[in-house]
Design a protein around this ligand. Structure first.
Ligand SMILES: C[S@@+](CC[C@H](N)C(=O)[O-])C[C@H]1O[C@@H](n2cnc3c(N)ncnc32)[C@H](O)[C@@H]1O
Length: 339
């Protein structure tokens, strides 16, 4: 499978919405105050790699008018929708580039590289990640959203069934017909979004996009936290940390070292010991190292998606203390945070 097999799907079903006036998705913009110390990002250069139709990117640009944003996507139609959407919303601090990782060379480096729901669709996630690190500034940060293998197990089986029962050589429309015949429909609630991405239910066209992405994508590789050290091994980052989990019960910020109050204005923090009622089990979970504590979260909450953040140089100092408490064992970098 190649990138063009993947992008041909998105040319027909631009993600997350073909409509330029669709509500923007604040999921990362709302999260950054719980990740970065800097509340304005003044002068920051931010890259959204695989920005799709720009829903997350434009929401970020709207929230941080003093930063400059670049969105890249291999799907030409998605970039066109994103351009029209930027105009619709009057957002001017965004540049949109059509191009494919890892071939495209932007000849610039960024303070923050966001890559949401993309790396697991690349024929080589590792080559894509290397490209992201090449576009990261010296003290830069990379933030990834990835499918979680534990919570996605059942959907991967449904996806296999759809692909098995779609006639060989069938079009994407044939695939969508198979999805409907099987009575399948992707539930965003499984990702912690009870009503659409933005609180607004999906339109019929957006549900088709979500289902095509979920069941017809020719390349998908769900992962786990434990895969991250190997995925990043040898790349020019010095530390790696867990950030958020997305699961049927909601979306929570991982806080392995307990550095945040339990809730903060409706924001939920996830500590593995809190996922067990019995004091004995809580004590056992407290004794585990960070990677095993993340395993406990995965096995208990079964996240369909998760986020990690990585960086080098002074990048960790740009993050809130919670991130330093979530470090994974990695290279010679700073060790997992002390609880
Ligand atoms: C699931 S969508 C995610 C879009 C957006 N990041 C979001 O979360 O709303 C995956 C996107 O990755 C893009 N993509 C896939 N392979 C790519 C590549 N090699 N280079 C750049 N973009 C790619 C697709 O065109 C698609 O827009």
């Amino acid at each position: 499978m190649t990138t063009s097999d993947v992008t041909s799907l998105y040319e027909e079903f631009p993600f997350p919405s073909p409509a330029e006036d669709a509500p923007l998705m604040d999921m990362i913009a709302d999260q950054l105050p719980f990740v970065l110390r800097d509340s304005e990002l003044e002068g920051w250069e931010v890259l959204d790699a695989g920005c799709g139709t720009g829903s997350i990117l434009l929401a970020l640009a709207r929230r941080y008018p003093r930063a400059r944003f670049t969105g890249v996507d291999a799907c030409r139609r998605s970039i066109e929708v994103a351009r029209r959407s930027a105009e619709w919303y009057g957002i001017t601090n965004v540049e949109l580039v059509h191009g494919s990782m890892p071939e495209l060379d932007l000849r610039r480096r960024f303070d923050l590289v966001v890559c949401c729901g993309v790396l697991h669709h690349l024929p080589s996630p590792r080559a894509g990640l290397q490209w992201l690190t090449e576009h990261m500034a010296d003290d830069g940060l990379i933030h990834l959203w990835l499918y979680g293998a534990v919570g996605e197990h059942s959907r991967m089986l449904d996806r296999e069934l759809v692909q098995l029962l779609t006639p060989p050589g069938g079009s994407h429309k044939d695939g969508l017909a198979t999805i409907r015949d099987l009575g399948l429909q992707l539930s965003l609630a499984d990702y912690g979004f009870p009503a659409g991405w933005t609180g607004t239910p999906l339109s019929a066209a957006e549900q088709d996009v979500a289902d095509a992405d979920a069941y017809l994508n020719p390349v998908v590789e769900p992962m786990r936290f434990a895969d991250m050290p190997e995925l990043f091994a040898g790349l020019p980052v010095t530390w790696l940390a867990a950030d958020r989990v997305y699961h049927p019960g909601g979306i929570g910020l991982v806080d392995l070292a307990g550095r945040q109050a339990e809730t903060d204005g409706g924001t939920v923090f996830v500590r593995p010991e809190d996922l067990f009622d019995r004091p004995g089990l809580q004590d056992r979970v407290r004794e585990l190292g960070n990677l095993d504590r993340l395993r406990a979260i995965e096995l208990r909450l079964r996240p369909t998606g998760f986020e990690v953040i990585a960086g080098r140089g002074a990048g960790l100092d740009r993050c809130v203390p919670r991130i330093a408490g979530n470090l994974l064992p990695f290279g010679d970098g700073p060790g997992p945070g002390v609880r």
